[in-house]
Write a protein that binds this ligand. Sequence first.
Ligand code: VGL
Ligand code: ZN
Length: 207
Amino acid sequence: MNNALLLVDLQNDFCFNGALAVPEGDEVIKVANQAIHNFRRRNQPIIASLDWHPANHKSFAVNSGTQVGESGILNGLPQVWWPVHCVEKTQGAMLHQQLEKEYINKLFVKGCDCDVDSYSAFFDNGKQNSTGLNEWLSGQKIERLTILGLATDYCVKYTVLDGLRLGYAVDVVIDGCRGVNLRPNDSNNALLEMQAEGARLLKLEEI
Ligand code: VGL
Ligand code: ZN
């Protein structure tokens, strides 16, 4: 079965000292590099998503007159407000320095429309626009996705759930994921939800 590795948002702003630093976010980089080597050895594609916002993005609390961490509605959709992060072309939006990015075959950006957030690497949160990821995977005849990255409870979760709904078999590399955990159990609950929808939860050594 054709299998692609999908690295979700391994960007500086989600790592140590970043604008939206995920606790232990840096820990996943070495897991990602090991997974990259496994997929290279098998000649399977390695792809990555980038959270890529314009500076006036409305998911940023400062642009919506809200407080960071508050939740509400943006354009009819549930929204959590975030600090300014992953502004297109800035250092915070770059892939982590230790990530072996030269082996990434294809990048997909998301969150480029200032009016709608985009957690999933496939579609924006309103499911109105595609990032092109599904089309690209179909073109490559990919049937299984192996997914890791940041953050477990947002972009990893929504990417995994969309992948399953689109008909891919999905493996989540749990030691390659870390979450924001605005509420203490968000990441664990997210993993259980992914599993309930059909994802396999695996450790790096099992992929
Ligand atoms: C993410 C919050 C806001 C993520 C992106 O990559 O999980 N979370 N933007
Ligand atoms: Zn974002």
